[in-house]
Design a protein around this ligand. Structure first.
Ligand code: ATP
Ligand code: MG
Length: 242
């Protein structure tokens, strides 16, 4: 579903993605972990072309990433993204946030879009918040709305960039529960997270990045029980102490 081949990306002199090869099969859940600044967010952003790459190739469902225009808008609709900071439209209700993309981009009739949106809001447990504005919701509720909004576009893959790291501890679980439910339901997911419990329970593979390179790409059991590289051992020893 997602295929990166020899992808390189620079910010000026800084080589942030180095010969990245990564493939994510349909229905697969890949967790990306690694130290701050290793290129995890940049990797996500290149996959839906929020950042252009300097060399290599990215394919979604077999198609190379379009550079611009209608084809790019279509790609963005196929590749959902959920950010740390929710990014909901502040002046639209929860329901409007979820129906906007389907109506504008997918050209769904309003009634159909609303019916589907309510189904999704029920699925993520916030249907009773539909007429409120984002600021009236807790962080965990906002993030679940953001997930419903991504799902409403019927994407082929959803990228999550640290979806729980801006949340209070008691809200993390409610968001992770929704993500585990999606993973079990067969959604193709790329998830940048420090939630090692999620990685162990829901990931098919863990990708460990350091300095713009993928150093390990293995099952969670293999990775957590016997990391191969010193960088990964060092990283795990730091986070697992907490
Ligand atoms: N727009 C930009 N312009 C210049 N440098 C950037 C830009 N975005 C990211 N960088 C740099 O690229 C490197 C990789 O950043 P990135 O945000 O992908 O890391 P990350 O692994 O997501 O880190 P974190 O865990 O802190 O979120 C960092 O050195 C960062 O400072
Ligand atoms: Mg990041």
């Amino acid at each position: 579903m997602v295929q990166l081949t020899k992808v390189n990306k620079y910010f000026g002199d800084l080589h942030v993605l180095r010969d990245i090869d990564l493939s994510v099969g349909s229905g697969e859940v890949v967790v990306v972990i690694g130290p701050s600044g290793s290129g995890k967010s940049t990797l996500c952003r290149t996959i839906n072309r929020l950042e252009p790459i300097d060399s290599g190739e990215i394919r979604i469902d077999g198609q190379p990433l379009p550079a611009e225009g209608r084809a790019l808008a279509q790609l963005r609709a196929d590749v959902g993204m959920v950010f740390q900071s929710f990014n909901l439209f502040a002046h639209k209700t929860v329901l409007e946030n979820v129906t906007l993309g389907p109506i504008k981009v997918r050209k769904k009739p309003k009634g159909d879009a609303e019916e589907k949106a309510m189904q999704l809001l029920r699925r993520v447990g916030v249907a009773n918040q539909a007429t409120k504005y984002p600021a009236q919701l807790s962080g965990g509720q906002q993030q679940r709305v953001a997930i419903a909004r991504a799902l409403a576009m019927e994407p082929k893959v959803i990228l999550f960039d640290e979806p729980t790291s801006a949340l209070d501890p008691e809200m993390i679980k409610e968001v992770l529960d929704v993500m585990v439910d999606l993973a079990r339901g067969g959604m193709t997911m790329v998830v940048v997270t420090h939630e090692m419990g999620f990685a162990r329970n829901a990931a098919d593979r863990v990708v460990f990045m350091s300095d713009g390179q993928i150093l390990e790409d293995r099952t969670p059991e293999e990775f957590f029980d016997a990391p191969r590289t010193d960088r990964a051992k060092d990283f795990l020893s730091k986070i697992l102490q907490h």
